[in-house]
Design a protein around this ligand. Sequence first.
Ligand code: PEP
Length: 251
Amino acid sequence: MRRPIVAANWKMHKTQDEASRFVRELLPRVGAEVAADVVIAPPFPLLPAVARALADAPHVSLAAQNVHSEASGAFTGEVSCAMLADAGCRYVIVGHSERRALFGESDAFVARKVAAVQRAGMRPILCVGETLEQREAGQTEAVLTTQLAGSLADLDEARAAELVIAYEPVWAIGTGRTATSELAQTAHALLRAQLRARLGAVAEAIRLQYGGSVRPENAKTLLGEPDIDGALVGGASLDPESFAAIVHAAA
Ligand code: PEP
C-alpha cells in the first residue's frame, strides 16, 4: 500500500521565529510513529531555521517550494538543486499553479526541474491542475494529460516510484471551494491511468496528493478515496493544529 504523504506549502508566509514556533508546536501533535510522511515547504530564507527545528524529527521532511533547473550560473534570484539538497531538502514542489500562472512556467521548464530534482537525489512534488474556464469548457482531461506528459518529459524513469504528483484544481486553491471527493478521485484515477500507460506497474507506487482548500473538516472524506494518497495544503498548513489534524486524517 502507498504510504500517505501530507505536505505544508507555506507560500510567502512566516518569519524565522514563526517558523521555529510552528515546528515546536507541530511535533508533539505529530508523533514519530505517525503513519504518514509529513513534509514542510517554507520559503527559501526559512529553510535553515526549519531544518534546525527538525533536527531531532527525521520523520518530518523539509521541502522547497520551487527551484531552478540549471546547476549554477547567471540566474539572479534563483536557487539550484544542490543548494536545496545542502540545506536539507528531501522534496521540492515544482510546477505549482501559482508558478505557472504568475511566473509563466511552461511544461518544458517544469520538466527540466523535475529531472534536476531527481539528479540531486531529492523527490519532486509535481503539481498539475485545470482552471475553472478549462473545466467548464470540458477540457479537464486534455489539460491534465498534456500537463502530466509535458512536465514528465525528462523524467528519470528508474526513479519514478519516488515521484509525488499533486492534483490541484486551480479553482480550488485558496478559494475555500474544495473539489468533491468524487471529482478529485476521478481526476486522480485519470492521472494514475496516464502514469500506468507510460510507466507500467510502478504507477501503483506513485503517490497522488489532492490540493485545494483542504481543511481538517474535509480531509478525511477526500483522503478516503482509493487514488488520493495525501494532501498538499496551503492555507490550513500555516497553523500547527489544523495541519496536524489533516496529517492525522491521512494517517
Ligand atoms: C496550494 O497552494 O498548494 C494549496 C492547495 O492552497 P490552499 O490549501 O490554500 O488551497
